[in-house]
Design a protein around this ligand. Sequence first.
Ligand code: KIV
Ligand code: NA
Length: 277
Amino acid sequence: MTRITIPRLREMQAAGEPIVMVTAYDYPGARAAERAGVDMVLVGDSGAQVVLGHDSTVAITTDELLVLSQAVRRGTQTAFMVSDVAFGTTESSDAQAIETAVRFVKEAGADAVKLEGGNAARLSRIRAIVDAGIPVVGHIGLTPQTATALGGLRAQGRTEASAARLVVEALGVQEAGAFCMVVEAVPSEITAVLREALDIPIIGIGAGPAEGQVLVLHDLLGVTEGRTAKFVKSYGTVGADTTEAIAAYAAEVRSAAFPGPEHGYAATPEAVAAARA
Ligand code: KIV
Ligand code: NA
C-alpha cells in the first residue's frame, strides 16, 4: 500500500469512502493499526489517561507526546500520522503554537498536528501553524482539554446556543485552514448540518455518521477499565486477555511449572564440571 496523503483523504471523501482513524501511543499499537489497514493514526493526548494513568488529558507534556509519537512513527508506514498538541503548549501566542507544532514534525515526523477549539484565539493558532506549512486537524464539540470550562465531559450542540456556536466554530476552523476536523460528542443531527456546511471531512467520535470515525485504541480493544463514554464500542477483550495471560504465568512460576527444560540452554558436561570446581 502507498502512503496516505491529504490528496488521498480528499479523494476518499469525494468517493464517499469512509476514513478510518484510530489512536496509537506506541510501536506495537501502531504496527497493529498499520496491519489492520487504518487510514490515519492519532497520537492522542488521551494517552495521558490510557497509557500514563492520569485522570485527564491536560497532564501530558510535549516531551511525553513526542516520545509516544516517535514510537508510533516507527511503526507506521502507510497511515497518516496526526499528533495532538498538549494543553498549554499553543495557548500563549501564535509563535508558541508554531514552535510546538514544528517540534512534532521535526522530532517525530508527524504528518499533521491536532488542535482543540474554535474560538478566535484558536483560529489564529490554526492559521499560524498552517501558514508555517504544517497541516492541521481541527477538533470541536467536546474538547477534553477545556472540559472544565464546558461544564465537564458532556455532549455539545444539544442546546440552541451550543448548536449555533458549533456551526460558527466549524466554519471558522475550516476557514483557518484545517484540512479535516474531529467532531466529538455531538448529536448526529447537528453533525449532519456541519457536514453540509463544510467542504473538509469530519472525523466523528460520538457524533454519528461522518466522513470518518475515530476511537481510542484502548477503548475499542477492551483495555480501558471502568465506565467508558456512551459512544465507545468495544471490539475486543484485550484487557481481560492480558490479565489472564499474566495470571497464568504467575501461577506457573509459583507452581514451578515454568520454566520447563525446553526454555533453558544446554551446557557440556565439561562446562558443568568447571563451574563446580
Ligand atoms: O486524544 C484523543 O484520543 C482524541 C480523540 C478522541 C479524537 O483527541
Ligand atoms: Na485528544
